[in-house]
Write a protein that binds this ligand. Structure first.
Ligand code: CMP
Length: 138
């Protein structure tokens, strides 16, 4: 559990939270491991979890680009923020990957209990959607 709290402390999105709050999230999360190459989300599939990467690298294939995510970063939030719960991109493990996963109920508690986390999450999520839509391209 301590290792999970340590890992969550390195997540910029959660930097405003105190140790006891991180402990609550660590208790709610499940640790999962994936081999390199495993596909974790497929566009259009129903999403049930948000993933915080604790070790390894993931690759996001958007319609326009390929984005690499590593420790301290997260993915899978968009399906949990939308009413249809659909994944927007393919994510796969580039290397062996370890993540802490929050289910929809724990995700809801996180954003309900911590408005500052919700605000940062919104900023990241909107940035990703805008990037995928090409907003701001010349
Ligand atoms: P979700 O749609 O639930 O599942 C696929 C995930 O890929 C998505 O949530 C985001 O977390 C992530 N994602 C989509 N587009 C981008 C992007 N442009 N940059 C980084 N991550 C992205």
């Amino acid at each position: 559990m301590n290792a999970h709290v340590e890992a969550l402390r390195r997540v910029p999105l959660l930097s405003s939270l105190e140790d006891d709050e991180l402990e609550g999230i660590a208790r709610a999360a499940n640790e999962v491991e994936f081999p390199a190459g495993q596909v974790l989300t497929q566009p259009g599939a129903t999403g049930t979890g948000m993933f915080f990467i604790t070790e390894g690298e993931a690759l996001v294939d958007t319609k326009r680009d390929q984005v690499e995510l590593g420790p301290g970063q997260f993915f899978g939030e968009l399906a949990l923020m939308s009413s249809d719960a659909k994944r927007t991109a393919r994510v796969r493990a580039k290397t062996p990957l370890r993540c802490l996963v929050l289910d929809r109920a724990s995700f809801r508690s996180l954003v309900a209990d911590h408005p500052e986390v919700a605000a940062s999450l919104l900023e990241v999520a909107l940035g990703r959607l805008a990037e995928n839509a090409g907003v701001g391209d010349a």
